[in-house]
Design a protein around this ligand. Structure first.
Ligand code: KG4
Ligand code: ZN
Length: 357
């Protein structure tokens, strides 16, 4: 089964064609991603209006490229999937409307995919990971610990009460004048810094639940920086190292709590799966390795280009749903907000479709 997937929820315009074989194995035939980073860099973050316009300008070409590279025509495609949320609504409208047009003209089923569900299912495309597994999703927009029990069966075990981890990295980088996106730049500075120099807080540490809070950490960092300003190069490196260590400690503690909750409710997970741009951070990766081995499970981290936003994960989630006989009607609405646990399996999906009528 071949499915076309479209992703436009943030600052990547992406399209891909993915194959799902009868035994549930996945194969990527094409995966085209155009990042808008350079268009937003001057603003220190993603500007929604600029993002939506940029998607409109390039999406048709990206889709054509994905089809050409996959070497298939629309007659061979069995479904057209697009991220229908959550995300920046202008971009979501562009991608979903385009998918609807293709589905209508080609007479193929439409799959309105939850972007978070696509991240959650990527490990099955890359590693054929069986259910149930524990997902740690950490990107610029999301920080979630999720029990992935089946297609459409997701239970959120923990989330952030304020900033996402990637967002905290980005804001730290902005505060210290490092540029955007901030994660890799903060990591690089941290490598030559002293993590013990600043005593930053570890918010939520020790709590039984698996929630995160990062805004207090960000404020504490700002106060330290203001106290010692003007900052030398070494000050910047030490601030980055202290910040990163605090995030690493908090991630370890919160994810350990999440894995405990998982274990108590569902037994041993088949894997700890990481997704989102933050998983590229080596210090965080080390902690994930340790957590997985402490929990007696394996760590699955899909390759970087599939951990960050891409069309293949949308196509794959579409294929998984289509294989279960699920699809959406052409009047399905784009959603800026769409929590993972509002998606349900077969029954709920039908209810969801009905609700928009
Ligand atoms: O998944 P992603 O590419 O896009 C979405 O946010 O959906 O994640 C990007 C986020 C940014 O906030 C970026 O700063 C962060 O992931 N990030 C990192 C690293 N690489 C990317 N954070 C920490 N360390 C890194 N090496
Ligand atoms: Zn994402």
């Amino acid at each position: 089964m071949l499915v076309l997937g479209i992703e436009t929820t943030c600052d990547e315009t992406a399209a891909a064609v993915v194959e799902r074989s009868g035994d549930g194995r996945g194969k990527i035939l094409s995966n085209i991603v155009l990042s808008q980073v350079s268009e937003h860099a001057a603003f220190g973050g993603v500007v929604p209006e600029i993002a939506a316009r940029a998607h409109v300008e390039v999406l048709d070409r990206i889709i054509a490229q994905a089809m050409t590279e996959a070497g298939c025509g629309y007659e061979e495609i069995e479904g057209v999937a697009a991220a229908a949320g959550p995300g920046l609504i202008g971009g979501v409208i562009v991608g979903l409307t385009t998918a609807k047009a293709i589905a209508l003209v080609q007479g193929k089923p439409l799959l309105a995919i939850n972007h978070l569900e696509a991240h959650a299912l990527t490990a099955r495309l890359t590693n054929a990971t069986p259910f149930p597994y524990c997902l740690f999703l950490a990107s610029g927009g999301h920080t979630q610990i999720v029990a992935v029990r089946g297609v459409g069966d997701y239970v959120r075990l923990g989330t952030t009460q304020d900033d996402a981890i990637g967002e905290a990295f980005d804001k730290t980088a902005k505060l210290l004048g490092l540029g955007y996106p901030g994660g890799p730049l903060v990591e690089k500075e941290a490598a030559r810094g002293n993590a013990a120099r600043f005593a930053l807080p570890r918010p939520m540490q020790g709590r039984k639940d698996a929630d995160f809070s990062l805004s207090g950490l960000k404020t504490a960092l700002r106060l330290e920086a203001e106290t010692i300003a003007p900052l030398s190069d070494q000050d910047v490196a030490d601030l980055c190292a202290s910040f990163q260590q605090a995030v690493v400690d908090v991630t370890f503690d919160r994810l350990r709590a999440g894995l405990r909750i998982f274990h108590a409710r569902y037994g041993a997970p088949t894997a700890l799966v990481a997704a989102g741009g933050v998983a590229a951070n080596q210090a965080i990766r080390t902690v994930l390795d340790r957590l997985a081995s402490d929990a007696g499970t394996t760590l699955v981290v899909p390759p970087a280009e599939l951990c960050t936003d891409n069309g293949a994960m949308i196509a794959w989630a579409g294929a998984e749903r289509l294989a279960l006989g699920l699809s959406d009607t052409l009047d399905v609405a784009p959603r800026a907000r769409w929590p993972l646990d509002e998606i349900a399996a077969a029954q709920g999906a039908l209810r969801r479709t009905a609700a928009y009528k």
